[in-house]
Write a protein that binds this ligand. Structure first.
Ligand code: PLP
Length: 409
């Protein structure tokens, strides 16, 4: 969610408490809300720990925990037995440290001219991808007067971030030198897979080979890693042979299957995206609804207006191609999705839906197959992946938390 979204410290008990005459009614729920279930985070970490065997689970909480809120998710994941945290930027690492989190935090995507000093001072561990990055971190460590803990990202075939094969030998020499000098402590080596969501893809085995040979190169010159890690969510759940010392699941922490064709793995979606009915009204047969009248009522009907639109993360491209859970059933979204609002058809009798009722765009699917829509439904309709669906919720959406260590965030 964007920085404009507030995080509210909602006590889950106030949301369902009966309104007794002597207690004030609960504050109206937000017009657009992302409810984050921290108990589901704990549940998912438990599943990942089982698959990880003895390997440590590093919970990946980059991009503000895939838009679920980095600090509360990190705390819930650690309380459930994750051992470390992974993020991309230095700022993301600092946010966790500034919140008082003492578990190891690895930040792995920077430019060589990034300002490493605050991260080194705060004890954020650094993933490095070139001799230039290493030199900059060593310099920051000297300035701050503190040893930087580093993990080397080696490119084994994704050809994105990571030390390239041409630079690997030089990189190791530089690393041995600055480690001997005391500027850095060498902790680990990691790499990232290109085809993890296709568990039998031959490139996975090729990357594994290259990874083990990179580890052997390091060991040969006396650089023995404490922690080697290669697996994201998909590999953690499908390739036990790639566990090494640690696994780095992201999307599975949030309860979304990294290989949807293989099922849910028992994961529970953490985010429920919902809104409340602002208005219920009749629309006569032949009337068009919303901009451009792309939907025309085939018969007299009743519609519900939801005060949420593309500025809040409901893609305009989804217009006419999604359903919401409302009034104990799935109801079709009709006409164009606008910036601030969209319309749902309730059918001729209105299905008993009232103003103020909750409409769920996607969530934990508790109601079963044809029940609450799933982020995957949007991904299918939009020809994308659920990672993009959950990270797109934004705008005026307010994030609230339920469950978690101590029952609140
Ligand atoms: C994002 C990321 C992960 C987590 O990937 P998922 O597919 O979400 O499990 C792991 N490692 C690296 C390097 C990443 O960038």
């Amino acid at each position: 969610m964007s920085t404009t979204a507030q995080e509210t410290d909602t006590d889950p008990t106030t949301m369902s408490a009966p309104t007794a005459a002597d207690t004030p009614p609960p504050a109206a729920a937000p017009q657009a809300e992302a409810v984050i279930d921290l108990d589901a985070v704990a549940h998912n970490v438990g599943i990942l720990r089982e698959h990880a065997g003895g390997a440590t689970v590093m919970a990946v909480v980059k991009a503000d925990a895939y838009n679920h809120g980095a600090v509360p998710v990190a705390r819930a994941a650690l309380a459930a037995g994750a051992g470390e945290l992974g993020v991309t930027t230095l700022a993301e690492g600092l946010e966790l440290k500034n919140a008082g989190i003492t578990a190891p935090v690895l930040s792995w995507l920077h430019t060589a001219d990034s300002d490493y000093a605050p991260a080194v001072a705060a004890g954020v561990e650094l993933g490095l991808s070139s001799p230039r990055h290493l030199a900059a971190v060593a310099e920051a460590a000297r300035q701050v007067g503190k040893t930087a803990t580093v993990t080397i990202k080696v490119d084994t075939g994704l050809n994105r971030n990571g030390v390239s094969r041409e630079e690997w030998t030089d990189f190791l020499k530089d690393l041995a030198r600055v480690e001997a000098e005391g500027a850095v402590r060498f902790k680990g080596v990691f790499s990232h897979l290109a085809h993890a969501d296709e568990p039998h893809h031959p490139v996975i085995d090729e990357q594994r080979e290259r990874f083990t040979s990179a580890l052997a190169d390091a060991k040969r010159i006396g650089l023995v890693p404490e922690a080697a890690h290669l697996s994201n969510s998909a590999a953690t759940l499908t390739r036990p042979d790639l566990r090494f010392d640690m696994v780095r699941p992201g999307i599975a922490i949030y309860g979304l299957s990294p290989v949807p064709d293989l099922g849910t793995f028992g994961l529970r979606p953490v985010m429920t995206f919902r809104s409340r009915v602002a208005l219920v009204k009749k629309v006569a047969a032949g009337e068009g609804v919303s901009y451009g009248h792309t939907w025309v009522a085939p018969h007299d009907t009743t519609v519900a207006l939801l005060p949420v639109g593309y500025a809040d993360g409901i893609p305009r491209a989804l217009g006419g191609r999604f359903e919401v859970w409302l009034g104990d059933d799935r109801r079709p979204g009709i006409g164009r999705v606008c910036m601030d609002q969209l319309v749902v058809d309730l059918g001729p009798d209105g299905a008993g839906v009232r103003e103020g009722d909750t409409a769920v765009f996607f969530g934990d699917g508790e109601q079963g197959e044809q029940g609450v829509p799933h982020a995957q439904d949007w991904a299918d309709a939009l020809d994308t992946i659920h990672y993009e669906v959950v990270t797109s919720v934004r705008g005026r959406t307010v994030r609230t938390y339920v469950g978690g260590p101590g029952g609140r965030s």
